[in-house]
Structures are given as structure tokens and as C-alpha cells.
Design a protein around this ligand. Structure first.
Ligand SMILES: *[C@@H]1O[C@H](CO)[C@@H](O)[C@H](O)[C@H]1NC(C)=O
Ligand SMILES: *[C@@H]1O[C@H](CO)[C@@H](O)[C@H](O)[C@H]1NC(C)=O
Ligand SMILES: *[C@@H]1O[C@H](CO)[C@@H](O)[C@H](O)[C@H]1NC(C)=O
Ligand SMILES: *[C@@H]1O[C@H](CO)[C@@H](O)[C@H](O)[C@H]1NC(C)=O
Ligand SMILES: *[C@@H]1O[C@H](CO)[C@@H](O)[C@H](O)[C@H]1NC(C)=O
Ligand SMILES: *[C@@H]1O[C@H](CO)[C@@H](O)[C@H](O)[C@H]1NC(C)=O
Ligand SMILES: *[C@@H]1O[C@H](CO)[C@@H](O)[C@H](O)[C@H]1NC(C)=O
Ligand SMILES: *[C@@H]1O[C@H](CO)[C@@H](O)[C@H](O)[C@H]1NC(C)=O
Ligand SMILES: *[C@@H]1O[C@H](CO)[C@@H](O)[C@H](O)[C@H]1NC(C)=O
Length: 434
């Protein structure tokens, strides 16, 4: 089995959006200069935190003679009490200490991309106003506690890229305010608790790159506000839930699992869908003809499944489609000529059972690796790749100059010629002067 390439395109992560938003807010706070007053007790707490986290050079501005509300990493409310701690990529080490909740009004703690460690930070249970927690990409480990619902006000919870193990506790379904939940790139096992389907405010769910198994709970695709569902690279099996009510979905990534059955017809209801990654599963059946309603789709990656039947001609009317990979399936029939309308960046129909002629628009060298291993496929006699078999038998190392190199060569030669002309003119002029 060949290595699976990363999905060709991912929408801007809400993470990034959040960070930009926060930067903006920081700037606004500064310009309002409402940050003269502060609570002395909270400055003491912050300086203790700085020490607890190894006195990193990134926090050298945190000292006993300045107002914490003026520190770049801190946002205070109008009473000069700390609300937000923005400590991403600060080189922090050690544990999260219980006294962090002495910051009575703490709402947001961003601690991603540091070297913090320890078991699940239950200390946050005592921060009564906490709404946003991001501890992604640190060194946390161990099981999630079964009473995780004590973080009851949580709206954003990002813990990706740690070493959390064990089951995802069903109590997570009690965090009813959650909008953003990412548990990706950990060592979670067991099945996805169906209680996640109770999170009616959820917009983003990322459980990718864990060891989750069992079926996808049907409740996930009933979440009305969900717009990004990423379950990529787990051990999920069974069918994709057939009933879908998450009509705002923009991205679905269920790739690299063991899902079987067919692509649900209800996917046709997803009019806002931009990315559908279902590659490397055991899916069978046809591509549903309902796909014609995917007018926003940019990426359709269904490679390495057992999908069969014809490629629906309606695929040619997905105007925004940029990346289409249907390789290593059992699609048959002709390549629909309607596909010539598409302005694709990547196309792969290799290793199927397609027959007939390659549409004129694709019958050129740019697509030389897009139709490999379809024994009954042929190109037109006038095509630059008219001898399909010889052409595709060619060694992959054979020399051919890519357009960029050709452009460089052309520019260089032009420069050299110009230079030569100038030199000649110069010599000629001197000659005339004599
Ligand atoms: C304390 O930090 C502020 C910036 O936050 C800096 O301007 C000031 O010089 C520092 N004072 C001392 C004594 O280090
Ligand atoms: C500021 O303090 C006053 C009085 O203690 C309180 O009523 C108000 O809710 C506080 N405001 C904020 C934003 O914490
Ligand atoms: C929460 O705070 C109380 C008292 O302030 C303390 O007794 C308790 O251990 C704390 N709980 C956690 C989980 O840190
Ligand atoms: C997770 O654990 C492994 C093995 O102990 C270790 O190599 C890795 O660095 C840990 N990852 C994180 C994010 O802590
Ligand atoms: C969710 O909260 C309710 C009410 O507090 C509680 O009875 C239930 O056990 C919780 N669910 C889980 C799975 O812990
Ligand atoms: C949460 O989900 C579980 C399982 O899906 C269900 O039994 C339970 O009634 C739900 N609880 C609430 C409060 O909706
Ligand atoms: C997936 O499950 C199978 C057994 O069903 C197991 O052998 C395999 O190691 C699992 N793979 C991962 C990545 O968890
Ligand atoms: C799908 O997989 C499940 C187990 O993962 C199996 O029981 C079922 O028979 C499979 N269905 C099909 C159509 O292959
Ligand atoms: C298409 O997929 C095949 C594997 O099935 C691969 O060998 C080929 O390089 C791919 N072509 C493109 C254009 O990515």
C-alpha cells in the first residue's frame, strides 16, 4: 500500500481565526488604555505563575513594577481583573498550579505549543468563569476524568497533540455550551461516546489521529450547528450514519478509517460543503447523483475505497471543484465529457476500470499521471499522448523540463543575448570614436 498523501487542502482552522481575533482585541484594549488600574493580588498570582512555569525569557516584561493589564499576554476587564491569558508558544514548562484560579475572573487560558506536563488539569474545575481552554500541543498525559462536566461553562476546549489515553468520558456530552472541541492527535481509544451528539452548540469537532474504534454515533450528523467534522485516521468501522441534519457542514473528513457501506444519499443535502475527504476506507456503491447540489465543493477525495459504477456527469457542474481524486476504486464507464468544464488543480482517476476516450481537455501532458492503470482507456489519435501504453510505460525518471525551468532558461538566454548585443554596440561605438 502506498503512503497516503495529506489532504490537499484544509480550511483555515478556527484556532487561527481565534488567535487573530484575540490579537485584534489586544490591540483594541491597548488603544483604549483602560488598563491603568489592576489588582495587586492578581499581579502576585501572575508572577507566581511565571515562576512556576520556569521564568521563561518570553515573560521578561512581567515584573513587580508594571501593571499586568499592560502586559501583552494579559487582558483585563474594566475593573482591572485578569480575564484572558494568551500564552501560546512561550516556552512554558512544568504543571498548571491550582492557584491559577485565584484569578477570579479568568475566562480564557491559551497555553498551546508549550512544554507543560502533568495529568488532566483538574485545577481548572475551580476557575468558575472559565470559557475557553487551549492546552494543545503540550506534554499532558493520562486519562480524562469521568467528571469532566464540572468544566460546565466551557465553549472551547482544545487539547490536541498531547498524550491523553483511555476513553473519551460520556460526561463530555454534558458540556452543553461547547462550540469547539478538538481531541486530535492523542491516544484516545474506545468508541466515540454517543453523548457528544447532545452538544447542540457544537460547530467544530476534531477527533482525528487517535485509536478510536466502533461506529460513528448517528447523533454527530444531527448536530444542527456543526460545520467541521474531522474523524480522520482512527479505526472507525461500520456505515456512515445515513441521516444527516448538519446542514451547515463545510468540511467532512472521515478518511483513513475502516468505514464500509455506501456514501449516504443525504450527503446531497449539504449545500455548503467545501471539502469531502473519505479516502482510504472500505466504502462501496456509487457516488450518489445528489452531488449536483454541492455547488461550493472544492475538494472531493474518495481514493482507495471500493466505490463503483459510473462517474456521475453532474460532477462536471461543480464549478468550484479544484481537487478531485477518485483513484484506486472500481469506477467504470466513460469519463463524462462534462468534466471538461472543470478548472482542476489536481485530478486523479488512476486505478479504476474506466473505458473510452479521455476528454479532449485532459488529453495532454499536464494530466499524464491522472489516468494510470485503466486498461480500457484510450486517448485520441491526434493527442500528444496518442500511444497511451508506450506513454504510460515510460520510466518516471525520464527527463522532461517543467515549465518553470523552461521559463528560467528563456529569461537567462534573453539576458545573455542582450548583454552580448550591448557589448558589441559598446565595442562598435569605441571603434567609431577612434
Ligand atoms: C518592568 O517591565 C516593564 C515592561 O512591562 C518595563 O518597562 C520596566 O522597565 C520593567 N521594570 C523593571 C524594574 O524591570
Ligand atoms: C466591576 O466591579 C463592580 C463592583 O465590584 C461589579 O459590580 C462589576 O460587575 C464589575 N465588572 C466586571 C466587568 O467585572
Ligand atoms: C479548589 O479550591 C478549593 C479551595 O480554594 C480547594 O480546597 C480545592 O482543592 C480546589 N480544587 C481543585 C480541583 O483544585
Ligand atoms: C507521548 O509519549 C511518547 C512516548 O512516551 C513520547 O515520545 C512523546 O514525546 C509524547 N508526546 C507528547 C506530546 O508528550
Ligand atoms: C450529566 O449531567 C447529569 C446532571 O448533572 C448527570 O445526572 C449525568 O450523570 C451526567 N452524565 C454523565 C455521563 O456523567
Ligand atoms: C445525551 O445522550 C445520551 C445518549 O445519546 C442520551 O441517553 C441522553 O438522554 C442525552 N442527555 C441529554 C440531557 O440530552
Ligand atoms: C484497529 O483495529 C484492529 C483490530 O480491529 C487492530 O488490530 C489495529 O491495531 C487497530 N489499529 C489502530 C491504528 O488502532
Ligand atoms: C461493515 O463492517 C461491519 C463491521 O465493521 C460488518 O459487520 C458489516 O458486515 C460490514 N458491512 C459490509 C456491507 O461490508
Ligand atoms: C494517482 O494515483 C496513483 C496511485 O493510484 C499514483 O501513482 C499517481 O501518481 C497519482 N497521480 C497524480 C497526478 O497524483
Amino acid at each position: 500500500m502506498t503512503r497516503v498523501p495529506p489532504p490537499p487542502w484544509k480550511p483555515l482552522h478556527i484556532h487561527v481565526l481565534f488567535s487573530f481575533l484575540f490579537l485584534l482585541i489586544t490591540v483594541v484594549e491597548f488603544s483604549c488604555a483602560s488598563s491603568q488600574h489592576f489588582l495587586t493580588s492578581e499581579r502576585i498570582t501572575l508572577l507566581k505563575l511565571k515562576q512556576q512555569w520556569g521564568n521563561p525569557p518570553s515573560l521578561r516584561n512581567w515584573n513587580a513594577s508594571s501593571s499586568p493589564c499592560n502586559w501583552e499576554e494579559v487582558i483585563c476587564n474594566h475593573n482591572g481583573s485578569v480575564e484572558w491569558l494568551l500564552l501560546m508558544s512561550m516556552g512554558l514548562t512544568g504543571h498548571i498550579p491550582p492557584f491559577i484560579c485565584d484569578l477570579r475572573n479568568l475566562e480564557t487560558v491559551f497555553l498551546s505549543d508549550n512544554f507543560l506536563t502533568g495529568e488532566f488539569p483538574k485545577v481548572f474545575y475551580n476557575c468558575s468563569k472559565l470559557v475557553n481552554i487551549d492546552i494543545a500541543r503540550n506534554g499532558f498525559f493520562g486519562r480524562f476524568p469521568n467528571d469532566i462536566d464540572r468544566l460546565s461553562g466551557l465553549m472551547m476546549f482544545a487539547v490536541g497533540g498531547n498524550n491523553f489515553t483511555g476513553d473519551i468520558p460520556p460526561a463530555i456530552g454534558n458540556l452543553s455550551a461547547l462550540m469547539y472541541l478538538s481531541l486530535d492527535n492523542n491516544l484516545f481509544s474506545g468508541s466515540i461516546p454517543s453523548e457528544i451528539g447532545n452538544l447542540s452548540n457544537l460547530e467544530t469537532l476534531d477527533l482525528s489521529s487517535n485509536d478510536l474504534e466502533g461506529e460513528i454515533p448517528s447523533g454527530l450528523l444531527l448536530l444542527k450547528k456543526l460545520y467541521s467534522l474531522t474523524l480522520h485516521k482512527n479505526n472507525l468501522s461500520g456505515r456512515i450514519p445515513s441521516m444527516i441534519q448538519s446542514l451547515h457542514l463545510i468540511e467532512i473528513d472521515l478518511s483513513i478509517n475502516k468505514l464500509n457501506g455506501s456514501i449516504p444519499k443525504d450527503f446531497g443535502k449539504l449545500r455548503q460543503l467545501e471539502v469531502l475527504n473519505l479516502f482510504s476506507n472500505h466504502l462501496s456503491g456509487n457516488i450518489p447523483s445528489e452531488i449536483k447540489s454541492w455547488s461550493s465543493l472544492t475538494t472531493l477525495h474518495l481514493a482507495r475505497n471500493k466505490l463503483s459504477g459510473p462517474i456521475p456527469p453532474t460532477i462536471g457542474y461543480l464549478k468550484g471543484l479544484l481537487n478531485l481524486d477518485l483513484s484506486e476504486n472500481q469506477f467504470s464507464g466513460d469519463i463524462p465529457p462534462q468534466m471538461s468544464h472543470l478548472k482542476l488543480m489536481t485530478l486523479n482517476l488512476s486505478s479504476n476500470k474506466l473505458a473510452g476516450k479521455i476528454p479532449f481537455a485532459f488529453d495532454n501532458l499536464a494530466y499524464e499521471n491522472s489516468f494510470l492503470n485503466n486498461p480500457d482507456l484510450c486517448s485520441s489519435a491526434s493527442s500528444p499522448i496518442s500511444n497511451l501504453h508506450n506513454y504510460y510505460a515510460k520510466s518516471p525518471h525520464s527527463q522532461k523540463f517543467p515549465p518553470k525551468i523552461i521559463a528560467v532558461i528563456v529569461v537567462l538566454s534573453t539576458l545573455i543575448i542582450l548583454f552580448a548585443i550591448l557589448c558589441t554596440m559598446n565595442v562598435y561605438r569605441r571603434y567609431l570614436k577612434k
